[in-house]
Design a protein. Structure first.
Length: 448
């Protein structure tokens, strides 16, 4: 096998959309040959190829420190990948030799080699915005994905970060301070019993700027026994108490300040400014109700409220978003009051989610319709002009972290929380939809 020189200076190459190394300076060509490939064939240097794919996927230049294997040594390289039409140009610098990290092939691994192999199997890297730039194949399989699909996705798409005993998150603190971290606890998205711990080291550009993290991930044994969930049971998302408190305090202050503006406590104020402050206060109270629903037990105290009135309040919270896209929210207001037994803030939270989804999935200039029906259960139906939901997706759309559609957005929690709230008040949410015919979500609650 050929060996690359210790420092050939700046080395150039080009990769096409199929991942083939279509041109290369001699040092890069030698590395390609040493890896068992050739110029014109698929780039056989995994970490360099990953940087090229990432740049092509994002459509922006990407720089990373990588390790490439030579015949009798490893190479620390600095790779910059720049999209150039259908190709990606490579600029490789550094070329610092170092001893081989460990045995590549051996019939029997020593205990030390097994540890090194385990660590390599659990490697990940992310850029300055915590988007994945690499993920070891073993980790990708454990998270039910592959390296190609994972690249460019937020790191937290794979797991939820968990605060420590004093409410800190080492990864977030390290991101702000641009420093290494360890001991960041997390829970896997695909299995909330799969707990893990992350550590990471800072990556920097050639100019010394922060470029993200490279680190390891260790799965821990499940700390609690798995209890089978009955078919009727709904998953519950509980917000960590320390994070709950940290969110409530500033929101309380925002609401208090907004209320003082509405009351003109500090003197005369234009009416439109007071109206803006009223909207801020209403939105803050709604957000507080969301936080409470994630951190408290299901609602057990119900009042008599007017379903049509709270629906109009929910519409008011979304009117600006709808107006920005020229979407009309049409309400078929019932002639008489529709009294239900429920908790007002919980109902508003559900309706904000349903109406917000309808606005988000409707075309610009479209309409969202709200209609009511009375009976033993009173109901409000939210209908949109979106793409609709396929039959096979209509059940899982109410599950946590599930999102459907060609361009899914959000966290996949809104409908799961909304249905849990509805059922805790003795009601439910149902969906009627067909692809291309929009969606009709109906919230039903006990009549008073």
């Amino acid at each position: 096998m050929a060996s690359a020189p210790s420092d050939p200076g700046q080395v150039l190459g080009r990769v096409d959309r199929a991942g083939r190394l279509i041109s290369a300076d001699p040092a890069l060509a030698d590395l390609q040959l040493a890896a068992g490939s050739r110029v014109g064939a698929t780039l056989a240097l995994p970490q360099i190829a990953a940087v090229a794919r990432f740049a092509a996927k994002l459509g922006i230049p990407v720089s990373r420190a990588v390790i490439a294997a030579g015949a009798d040594h490893d190479l620390d390289l600095w790779v910059r990948a720049e999209p150039a039409g259908d190709n990606v140009d490579l600029i490789i610098e550094g070329w610092v030799r170092r001893p081989i990290a460990g045995p590549r092939l051996a019939p029997i691994f020593s205990a030390e080699a097994e540890v090194e192999a385990d660590e390599a199997a659990d490697e990940w890297a992310a850029d300055a915005e915590l988007r994945l730039t690499s993920l070891s194949p073993d980790l990708a399989r454990r998270f039910g994905t592959d390296n190609e699909s994972a690249i460019g996705q937020p790191l937290t798409r794979l797991f939820q970060l968990v605060a420590d005993e004093i409410g800190d998150m080492p990864l977030i603190a390290a991101l702000a301070a641009r420093r290494d971290f360890s001991g960041q606890r997390a829970v896997a998205r695909m299995d909330d019993l799969a707990k893990l711990t992350l550590s990471g080291q800072v990556l920097t550009t050639e100019a010394g700027d922060f470029a993200g993290f490279s680190g390891h991930l260790v799965f821990e044994a499940a700390p609690r026994e798995v209890v089978p969930m009955s078919k009727a049971a709904e998953p519950v998302l509980v917000l960590d108490h320390s994070l709950d408190d940290a969110l409530r305090t500033p929101l309380d202050r925002i609401i208090d300040c907004a209320d003082k503006i509405v009351e003109r406590a500090d003197g005369p104020l234009r009416s439109d400014y007071a109206a803006y402050a009223s909207d801020i206060a209403a939105a803050g109270r709604h957000l507080l109700s969301v936080i409470r629903s994630m951190g408290e037990s299901p609602i057990v105290q119900h009042d008599q409220i007017d379903l049509a009135a709270v629906t109009q309040e929910a519409v008011g919270l979304l009117q600006t978003a709808a107006s920005d896209r020229r979407i009309a929210i049409v309400i078929d207001v019932p002639a008489a009051r529709m009294m239900i037994r429920a908790e007002a803030r919980g109902v508003i939270q559900i309706l904000v989610n349903l109406i917000g989804n309808a606005v988000r999935h409707s075309p610009d200039g479209g309409r969202v319709w709200l209609s009511f029906a009375a009976g033993a259960q009173s109901s409000v139906t939210v209908a949109d002009q979106g793409a609709g939901v396929a039959l096979e997706d209509q059940k899982r759309i109410f599950e946590r972290f599930e999102r459907v559609g060609e361009k899914p957005d959000g966290t996949g929690l809104g409908l799961a929380i909304a249905r849990r709230l509805a059922r805790s008040m003795g009601g439910d949410i149902t969906l009627d939809s067909s692809p291309g015919e929009g969606a009709r979500f109906t919230l039903s609650l006990p009549s008073a």
